[in-house]
Ligand binder design. Structure first.
Ligand SMILES: NC(=O)c1ccc[n+]([C@@H]2O[C@H](COP(=O)([O-])OP(=O)(O)OC[C@H]3O[C@@H](n4cnc5c(N)ncnc54)[C@H](O)[C@@H]3O)[C@@H](O)[C@H]2O)c1
Length: 256
């Protein structure tokens, strides 16, 4: 159902070709926002853009690697040329490499994989913030929503240490920037999803996910829509006085 709640808003979503990001883009589009979507996978990204356009959503797409500053800058220049000021940034793209469905323990972890995950998850979160913030400051308005994980706050044996470390760093980045950018009326918050049903999660065995379900008070995996709903709140007029927060969307798997 189309709505006009975000009609005046422009929202950039990274990692929007698949999983949670794809749902976020569609959700904001259906709320009337202009959505600028970014992903590394050009074929799936273009298909997603066409799907959004077919639903009457004002969508633009640019294939970029979030770990590469120049690539992000090119994406931004394209979007800025087409739609001008982008008031909302949803840093969603992230990776959690597995090998035969399993993470590496630290004693097996190749340093190159550590670097890749830091580059994508952490540097990739920094890059678009660095690029978008000057215009947010000029406009005295902005909403930045980053994507952490429950792995930032508890031991999760199904991921490697690079994933937990980068997701914890994202919470530090979120809080620091909330302090720096508050005076410019820019809110910086994060979501920390628990186990959400996406390709990242179905890549590991069913046994792993059923253990998770057992440990989750709500007794099931979450859906991308349920993450998008919390992000909607953080991007909306209803959360103008909320900043520097990390909101768990985990069905109670983690309570803190
Ligand atoms: N699914 C979960 O249970 C879960 C739990 C906690 C946190 N998260 C986080 O939520 C976010 C989305 O997860 P998901 O499950 O939808 O993942 P996903 O793998 O389904 O989708 C991630 C998307 O990001 C894109 N991407 C990857 N590297 C990129 C890069 N360098 N540049 C641009 N795009 C890139 C991929 O092509 C893909 O379309 C991630 O940050 C993830 O860490 C997910």
């Amino acid at each position: 159902m189309q709505s006009t709640k975000f009609k005046a808003r422009t929202v950039l979503v990274t990692g929007a070709a698949s999983g949670i990001g794809a749902k976020i883009a569609e959700h904001f589009g259906l709320l009337g926002a202009t959505v600028a979507i970014v992903d590394l996978n050009n074929v799936v990204l273009e298909a997603k853009k066409n799907e959004l356009l077919a639903k009457g959503i004002n969508a633009l797409a640019y294939c970029a690697d979030i770990s590469n500053y120049e690539s992000c800058k090119k994406a931004y220049d394209y979007f800025y040329n087409e739609i001008g000021f982008i008031d909302t940034l949803i840093n969603n793209a992230g990776i959690s490499p597995k090998h035969d469905g399993k993470p590496y323990k630290i004693w097996d972890l190749p340093p190159e994989e550590w670097n890749t995950v830091v580059n994508v998850n952490l540097n990739g979160t920094f890059n678009f913030i660095r690029i978008l913030v000057p215009e947010m400051i000029n406009n005295k308005f902005g909403k930045i929503i980053n994507t952490s994980s429950v792995a930032a706050h508890a031991f999760l044996p199904i991921v490697s240490c690079h994933y937990s470390a980068t997701k914890a760093a994202i919470t530090g980045l979120t809080r620091h920037l909330a302090g720096e950018l508050g005076p410019f009326n820019i809110n910086v918050n994060a979501v920390a999803p628990g186990r959400i049903e996406t390709p990242m999660v179905t890549a590991v065995g069913e046994e792993v996910n059923s253990t998770f379900i057992t440990d989750t008070p709500l007794g099931r995996l979450g859906t991308p829509q349920e993450v998008a709903d919390v992000i909607e709140f953080l991007a909306s007029d209803q959360s103008h006085f909320v900043t520097g927060q990390v909101i768990d969307v985990s069905g109670g798997w983690l309570m803190r």
